[in-house]
Design a protein around this ligand. Structure first.
Ligand code: NAP
Length: 251
């Protein structure tokens, strides 16, 4: 089935666009007509994403830009280089797993800096650019995790960062609604991507019985929901979190 074309003439910036979920989001958005800024700290993988993006619509152009979302100057440089993007997806993220009893302060801080502060910096920079340009239509999508709600052994830093992302999103939705900017969060469950490729098989076998749909998700299935949230099909939705987890941990 051909993808719908709901994002023609829209400019989207996708952090973490070089890999996994972010790459799938770039592909889906481009196939729906958006021009995409693939933003990642890994410029090589961002370029690989760029090569995958279709340009089937008039005026559709894609670029890659290097960014470290945890650094204000880097995020500022990214947003100043482009036109104000009416769609922003915060998909950059890292893990640094360890048990609470062994977690170092440094590893705790690193994950918060990228996942939570990075989401704050990009969301703030994009919304400031939209407001300054008088563009009264925007969709900001953050990427939390089911783990932010349920907790997960060995992920004290990650689960805290992702719970924070949900709170940040709801607050941003409240503050930005007056400017026509919607903010929503997707909560992926257990998705097959480079982030999860080193999870041992025995752990996967332990988790799978708790997924109602009986399998790990695909990045493209998260991208489907991001495309919905980016498009006018969700124009009356803001401040919500949507689980994309195949029913993981329900019940
Ligand atoms: P991924 O394949 O590891 O992709 C993450 C991308 O973000 C990588 O290209 C990474 O670059 C980039 N990145 C990391 N730190 C960055 C920074 N400071 N600035 C800019 N880019 C940075 O992971 P994924 O599975 O697609 O995850 C995407 C998002 O979904 C993350 O926020 C993750 O927490 C969330 N999520 C994933 C799952 C899952 O099961 N996969 C579940 C729930 C939530 P490097 O290659 O250099 O690290």
């Amino acid at each position: 089935m051909a993808a719908p074309c709901r994002l023609i003439s829209r400019l989207a910036v996708v952090s973490g666009g070089g890999s996994g979920i972010g790459r799938a989001v770039c592909q889906r958005f481009a196939s729906e007509g958006a021009s995409v800024v693939v933003a990642d700290r890994n410029e090589e993988s961002a370029y690989e994403t760029l090569e995958l993006l279709p340009r089937d619509y008039r005026g559709q152009e894609h670029v890659t830009l290097g960014v470290d979302v945890s650094l204000r100057e880097s995020v500022g440089q990214l947003v100043n280089t482009i036109q104000p993007p009416s769609i922003c997806v915060n998909a950059a993220g890292i893990t640094q797993d360890e048990f609470l009893l062994k977690m170092t302060e440094n590893d705790f801080d690193k994950v918060i800096q990228v996942n939570l502060k990075g989401t704050f910096l990009l969301t703030q920079a994009v919304s400031m650019a939209l407001v300054a340009a008088g563009i009264s239509k925007g969709s900001i999508i953050t990427v939390g995790s089911i783990v932010g709600k349920a907790g997960n052994i060995g992920q004290i830093n990650y689960s805290a960062s992702k719970a924070g992302v949900e709170g940040l999103t709801r607050t941003a939705a409240k503050e930005l609604s007056r400017y026509g900017i919607r903010c929503n969060c997707v909560l992926p469950g257990f998705i097959a991507s480079p982030m999860t490729e080193n999870v041992p098989e025995k752990v996967i076998n332990k988790i799978t019985p708790f997924i109602l749909l009986g399998r790990m998700g695909k990045p493209a299935e998260v991208a489907d929901v991001c495309a919905f949230l980016a498009s006018d099909d969700s124009q009356y939705i803001t401040g919500v979190s949507i689980e994309v987890a195949g029913g993981l941990f329900i019940g």
